[in-house]
Design a protein around this ligand. Structure first.
Ligand code: T3D
Length: 265
């Protein structure tokens, strides 16, 4: 039997999904897309899951699109492939799935994250990378533009000037530089990567999930809003959170000087 393309492991409320095509640097073929979609859908539907870690097997995080996949690979003498098909069928739904997960998602990046693999990581809520990791907007090197949310994410994360430099030049950006410019949350020593992510994911899993997810959504929405509209949105969402059990528990725990036990999802 073939090994699973996405390895799934639970540690309490934390579910780790590990891309598992190391021989192709975890580049995406259609089968890997389907396996990851299924794993994300299952994590989203499972009330025992309170945080997802997206990780990868082998020496790379993900080299983006598998450029040998028949859906995209140019063939001499054959009509050019319509690349919008793979984006509309797989990459766009993957981005929207990640950004609408009902729990926080942490990317654990070891080795290189290139093309769609880089933007897959950047779609996650928090990105932690090992010092030897790197991020490459590899698209222009093969005559394409940043997809998998790159055109939306990059300027929001690091501003237009840096987004343009990263996207147009496609240079390898070391993890430490990525952290310094605010592209990712944290760069740690390689030997500390797994433990750092374990602690971070366990911490997020113990936090009020609804509030974390509402925070992700409101921050994204606010990018399109003027201040008055953002304030109105904050009031609307805060109203909903105020009706949830986690708010009552948080305030009760504060008053009693004890650790809160959050349960909403
Ligand atoms: O085009 C469309 O389909 C639309 C969608 C686009 C989304 C995208 O992601 S476009 C960007 C696609 N990705 C790339 O262009 C990255 C290509 N890969 C690289 O630039 C380098 O491999 C890396 C910088 C990622 C790593 O370099 P290095 O030196 O550490 O490893 P390597 O020797 O280049 O690669 C190791 C093997 O993985 C090698 O196979 P081999 O020779 O050992 O049999 C290489 O061909 C393979 N590999 C690496 N990336 C891909 C890949 N095979 C298929 N697709 C890949 N993307």
């Amino acid at each position: 039997m073939n090994e699973a393309l996405v390895l799934v492991a639970d540690s309490g409320p934390v579910r780790t999904l590990r891309l598992n095509r190391p021989e192709a640097l975890n580049s995406f073929n259609v089968e890997l897309h389907l396996a990851l979609k299924s794993a994300l859908d299952q994590a989203a539907a499972d009330p025992s899951v309170r945080c997802v870690v997206l990780a990868a097997a082998g020496r790379a995080f993900c080299a983006g699109q598998d450029l040998t996949d028949p859906m995209v690979a140019p063939e001499a003498g054959a009509p050019a492939k319509d690349l919008s098909r793979i984006i509309e069928t797989h990459y766009a739904p993957l981005v929207l799935r990640l950004r609408s997960m009902p729990v926080p998602v942490v990317a654990m990046v070891q080795g290189v994250a290139a093309g769609a693999g880089a933007n897959l990581a950047l779609c996650c809520d928090l990105v932690v990378a090992g010092r030897s990791a790197s991020f490459i907007q590899a698209f222009t090197k093969i005559g394409l533009l940043p997809d998998t949310g790159g055109t939306w994410l990059l300027p929001r994360l690091v501003g237009t000037a840096r987004a343009m430099g990263l996207a147009m030049l496609g240079d390898k950006l070391p993890a430490a530089n990525a952290a310094a410019m605010g592209l990712i949350w944290q760069c740690v020593e390689d030997a500390e990567l797994a433990l750092t992510v374990d602690h971070l994911a366990a911490r997020l899993a113990a936090m009020p999930t609804k509030a974390l997810v509402a925070t992700r959504q409101a921050l994204a929405e606010a990018q399109q809003l003027d201040l008055s509209s953002a304030l109105a949105n904050e009031a609307r969402v805060q109203r909903e959170l105020g009706f949830a059990n986690d708010y009552a528990e948080g305030v009760a725990a504060f008053g009693a000087k004890r650790a809160p036990v959050f349960g909403d999802r």
